[in-house]
Design a protein around this ligand. Structure first.
Ligand code: ADP
Ligand code: MG
Length: 212
């Protein structure tokens, strides 16, 4: 299942500059894709997912530029706090928890390995599941995040591909958590906006891995 993933690429140094590039790329992608995310949130939600994330990531980018956190862990915790305080929808506290808990799990290391990132992300994803009560197959962001965490010890590229597959697979699922669950069976046939944005955020990690 490694088609398309360049598993021979050396693992880059996952230092503060790397996570800063991730945040810049993530903000760019969220802004580019905001209308699409909001469109996905129309039939099975309240049409605000793109604008929610746009506001959140812009606030996070500004806070990081101003406060210049010194470690990957501190950077992710700061992004998480900004998402919690600036996003009104369910995705704010959920993504906020993901990033705060992942960042906290990284501790104060100046640089982390792929294995350490995978382990920390697992802690963050578990916290999202605890906070929102959702599990795999409930048609939420977890359906992209969980496969990404499973694949991440292999490579960043494998994690990105797994998140994409997970997001697409939400089309067939019936929502059991969040606003979309109010629609019951009528939620089937639509891709989940949160799983879609989660795949974008994981792929931003892949996209900036080769840059310096
Ligand atoms: P809201 O639903 O409050 O309008 P958003 O539109 O920003 O918030 O985010 C919706 C997304 O949040 C959904 O597509 C889903 O992926 C995710 N979500 C909602 N509830 C949960 C939950 N309990 N656990 C995990 N993810 C959830
Ligand atoms: Mg919404």
């Amino acid at each position: 299942m490694t088609e398309g993933a360049d598993t021979s690429a050396p693992t880059p140094a996952l230092d503060t500059a790397y996570f800063q590039r991730w945040l810049e790329r993530a903000t760019e992608v969220v802004v580019e894709q905001a209308d699409h995310l909001t469109e996905l949130d129309s039939p099975i939600g309240d049409a605000d997912h793109g604008s929610n994330l746009k506001r959140g990531f812009r606030a996070a980018r500004d806070a990081v530029a101003e406060q210049r956190p010194a470690t990957p862990g501190a950077l992710l915790m700061l992004v998480g706090r900004q998402l919690v305080s600036s996003v009104g929808g369910a995705s704010g506290p959920l993504y906020g928890t993901l990033l705060r808990r992942t960042g906290k799990a990284l501790g104060d290391a100046p640089e982390v390995s792929l294995a350490e990132l995978a382990e920390a992300l697992r802690v963050g994803v578990d916290a999202v599941s605890q906070l929102g009560g959702a599990v795999a197959g409930d048609k939420t962001m977890l359906d992209a995040l969980l496969p990404a965490v499973e694949a991440l010890p292999g490579s960043l590229a494998e994690a990105g591909a797994a998140a994409d597959r997970g997001a697409v697979a939400t089309v067939e699922l019936r929502a059991r958590k969040g606003r979309a669950s109010y629609l019951g069976e009528r939620s089937v046939g639509h891709q989940d906006p949160g799983a879609t944005s989660a795949a974008l955020l994981v792929n931003a990690l892949v996209e900036v891995a080769g840059d310096e």
